[in-house]
Structure formats: C-alpha cells, structure tokens
Design a protein around this ligand. Structure first.
Ligand code: NAD
Length: 493
C-alpha cells in the first residue's frame, strides 16, 4: 500500500491518519470529465477496512493531541487552513473545475473562496463562544450554581454531493473542526479531488494526523455505506438527495446517532406584477441556470402574476438564450455541462416527459452542438409553460438548467401553489411592495425565503430545509448546536 505525503500522481486517493493511500481492496474507478468525456484521474476506492482505519484514526486524534489542544491553538490551526487553501488557490480551482466542468469564472468567485471562508467563519465563531451560568435557590438556602460545558461531539461522518464539492464539504468540516471534532469525509464519487487535496493543506499547516480523513467511493456497498454504518461515528452530516437521506437515516438509527441533513428541493419563485422586472429577471436567470441548474437552492417553479406573465416569459427566454455553453476556461462561458452523462440522461428524461405531457417549450429542450466537446454532458437551458401543477416535471427535483412558469391571479393562489410540494428548502419573492414582502415571506414553507434576491447568504443565519428538504439547521451558532455536546455541571454550594 502506498502512503506518499502528497497525492502528486494525480490519482484521487484516500487520506487516512495524515497519509495518502490507495484502497486496501485495490478497487478503483475512473473520474471522467463532464466537459468532453476524457479521463481526469483514477479514484482509489476505500474498502470497509480503510473506512475502519479512518474512523479509528479520527477517534485516536480525539483522545490525543487534537483533543487535548488548547482552544486558541486549535483555532489558530483551523484559521491556518484558510491561508493554506489560498496559497494553493489555483490547484484547488483546477481540481474543482476538472471534476465539475463548471466555468472558471464561477468556481474562482464562489467554490474556492467560500470553501476557504468556511474555516474562518467558524473559527471566529468559536473564539466568541461563551458558556452559560444559572444560579439556583435551594431549600436549605445555600443555593446551587449550574454552568454549561460545550464539548465536541466526537467523530463526525461527512457525506457530500458533487454540485459544490469543496464549498459544501468545508461548510461541515469547518465548524466540525472549530468545535474540536475529528472528521471522516466521503466526497461524491463524481468529485473526489478537492477533498483529497485538502489533506495536503492539513499536513502543511500542522493539523495533527487523524483529525481530517477522506475515504473515496460510492454510496451503497461502498465507502458511504461503510462510513454511515460504522459504530465509531458519533454523528452524520449529509448533503444530497432526499432518497439517499432516507437510507442514511436508517443506518444512523443504529446506535441513535445524531444527523444533520441538507436534502433536495423543488424551489419556487413568486413574481408579483409590482416587481422590479430587471431585478427579477436577473435574479431568476441566476437561480434557474447558475451552475447549470445544479444548485439545491435553485428555482425550478416560477409563479408570475398574470398581467406581467407574457413579458416575464419573453424576457426570461431572451436571458436563457444569451447564456453561452462553453469550455470552463473560456471567459465568455456562462454555462458548463451537467456533472455526468448519467445525470444528463436523467435531466433529458424530464425534458422528454415535459413534451409528452404537452408543455410549451419556450426555449431549449435538447442538447447543444459542442463540436469537439460533444462527448461531454451538455444540455440546453430550458423553459416550459403550460403544464399542470400535478405534472412530475413540477413535482420532482430535476437538478438541471430548467424551469416551468405558471401564471397566477391572487397572492393566496400563488402562495398555495408554491407551498404545494413535499420539499421546503428555499424560495424567492419578487415585489417592490414591502408590506406584501413581509406578509408573504413568513408564509412560505421553506428554510430560507429571499425577497428580491437569491443565494444571498450570511453564514451566521440558520440554513436548512423544512419538510423533505432536511433535518436540522447549520450556520453560525446553529452549526455549533450540531457539532457540540452540551453538558450541565450543577454545583451545590
Ligand atoms: P446523492 O444523494 O446521490 O449523493 C450524495 C452523497 O451520498 C454522495 O457522496 C454519494 O456517494 C453518497 N451516497 C449515496 N447513497 C448512499 C448511501 N446509501 N449511504 C451513504 N452514502 C450514500 O446526491 P448528489 O446527486 O451527489 O447531489 C445532488 C442532490 O443533493 C440534489 O438532490 C440536491 O438538491 C442535493 N443538495 C442539497 C443541498 C442542501 O443544502 N439542501 C445542497 C446541495 C445539494
């Protein structure tokens, strides 16, 4: 078994106890470019033994140097990870862009900077953390003093999706480490590279071995299942599809492990006739098509008040047709490919279903001609009108650059249609009427409701989904609630 200090052979390796390794079973699979179908790297799949080694290393670090480290020293290390990522910015950027095919312009402004910031934000939060004290009278008059003690939860299993790989992984690893936990990360099989690369940064800045571990592989029968079933994992934080969440929840039930789930969505936007049309169009172009529609918070259902319906549809169509599919490094590119041919087939199946069910295809609906990149997972941004609210296209998460637009006549009708979904992650309301905004916003059955914006994130605020879009909230002190165990010490005076 190899254990080089760096993953410098370009293979995506496992990172266990501070060392890179291939899987003990020797199993591997190909990491394929979504841009042109070429081979990016070989991924070394972790066996059950590798996962066990990673969990044991994480446990040992908890009772070893990491667990006994002073808070200030720990937070200094967590903050140093930010500098470590920034120093290797281009390596992270290249790895993320290769795995996802997303435009460099997007990854360089969002994925990598936010991936680094997640360590800083939560280190700062822990610096300012204070415990609480409660004085209590007792019948004998001497009283008692209670105080809280915030402890790390233990070994955290982190299961990640492929749409924003570094950003969403560090959104969990950042607070987990700041709170004193150790982690075993299972990146998506589609995007194994940045999680592996982060191991180098951990070693470079002096994070002790075993604090941050990475196991590569798939879900069922592979690293995902091995990790979530492992009894040495104290809590599981997962971002991905709702159905996968159901499978992980069953594993977490054994041993009653805590979970935090950020799951799928079928997010609505409501556009009132009194909106600022330019803002609503600009925001909806982003919310429907950014990252090729592969954003959990993205808009797939749009409800537009009837007097402006035709105008809105026409302008959104023009905006979608202005998007340029192209190579990630091309500065004119605004739309990358989908993550894989498999996902392309799934999204195209909804494109076909929409047509079959009688949708009016306002724009798109197919695969663009990409010449030498035709082997990639390209897809046209697509807008439909005319489907019934019961259509699977309007009920199921598609996770592609597509949306359906429905007209409405009253505020009540719009709220009711927007909320009529098993999901409850996010929505956007577009109106210049402040009273209406404050009246409608709280009625939306979602974790986050944006008024006249989308994806505007203050990392201190609670983030998560209601209904089938998640369990729990992360962000700011809400992350701390998940990543720490609170004890109360009661002292009789
Ligand atoms: P996915 O559920 O297919 O996979 C996510 C991860 O789970 C992968 O690492 C996968 O290998 C692993 N996995 C799959 N089956 C497993 C099992 N049985 N046990 C353990 N691990 C398993 O999701 P995806 O396709 O990678 O990502 C897209 C989905 O993620 C969409 O539904 C999207 O809405 C959701 N998402 C949600 C948020 C949010 O914040 N709510 C953010 C991003 C993405």
């Amino acid at each position: 078994m190899a254990s080089p200090e760096k993953s410098d052979n370009h293979d995506a390796m496992n990172f266990v106890n501070g060392e890179y390794r291939i899987g003990k079973s020797g199993k591997k699979f190909n990491n394929i470019s979504p841009v042109n179908g070429s081979l990016i790297s070989i991924v070394h799949e972790a066996s059950e033994d590798d996962v066990d080694d990673a969990v044991k290393a994480a446990r040992a670090a908890l009772t070893g140097s990491w667990g006994t480290m002073q808070l200030a020293e720990r937070l200094k290390l967590v903050t140093a990870i930010v500098g470590g990522i920034q120093a290797r910015f281009n390596d992270f950027l290249d790895a993320e862009v290769a795995d996802t095919g997303k435009p460099v312009s997007l990854a360089s402004h969002l994925d990598i900077p936010r991936g680094a910031a997640n360590f800083e934000v939560f280190a700062d939060m822990m610096k300012n953390h204070h415990d609480e004290c409660f004085r209590m009278p007792t019948p004998d008059g001497t009283g008692a003093l209670n105080y809280t003690v915030t402890k790390p939860k233990g070994v955290i299993g982190i299961i990640c999706p492929w749409n924003l790989p570094l950003l969403l992984m560090t959104w969990k690893a950042g607070p987990a480490l700041a709170c004193g936990n150790t982690v075993v990360v299972k990146p998506s099989e589609e995007t194994p590279s940045t999680a592996a690369l982060l191991g180098e940064v951990m070693n470079d800045v002096g994070v002790p071995p075993g604090v941050y571990n990475v196991v590569q592989g798939m879900g069922p029968g592979s690293a995902g299942e091995f990790l979530t079933k492992h009894p040495g994992v104290d809590a599981i934080t997962f971002t991905g599809e709702t159905r996968t969440g159901e499978a992980i929840l069953q594993n977490a039930a054994v041993g009653v492990r805590d979970v935090s789930f950020e799951l799928g969505g079928k997010n609505p936007a409501i556009v009132f006739a009194d909106c600022d049309m330019d803002k609503a169009i600009e925001g909806t172009i982003r919310s429907a098509f950014a990252n090729c529609g592969q954003v959990c918070l993205g808009t797939e259902r749009i409800y537009v008040e009837r007097p402006i319906f035709e105008k809105f549809v026409g302008r959104l169509k023009a905006g979608a047709e202005d998007l340029i599919c192209g190579a990630p490094e091309d500065s004119t590119t605004s739309l990358g490919p989908l993550i894989s041919k498999e996902h392309q087939a799934k999204v195209l199946s909804y494109y076909a279903l929409a047509k079959k069910e009688g949708a009016t295809v306002v724009t798109g609906g197919g695969v663009p001609e990409m010449n030498e990149m035709n082997e990639g997972a390209w897809i046209e941004p697509t807008i439909w009108t005319g489907l019934s609210e019961n259509s699977a296209v309007l009920r199921e998460e598609i996770f592609g650059p597509c949306c359906h637009i429905t007209p409405f006549d009253t505020e009540e009708e719009a709220i009711s249609m927007a909320n009529d979904t098993p999901y409850g992650l996010a929505c956007s309301i577009w109106t210049e009427d402040l009273t209406r905004a404050h009246r409608v916003g709280p009625q939306m059955a979602v974790g986050i409701c944006w008024i006249n914006s989308w994806f505007l994130r203050d990392l201190r605020t609670p983030f998560g989904g209601s209904k089938q879009s998640g369990i729990g909230r992360e962000g700011g002190t809400y992350s701390m609630e998940f990543y720490t165990e609170l004890s109360n010490v009661c002292v009789k005076l």
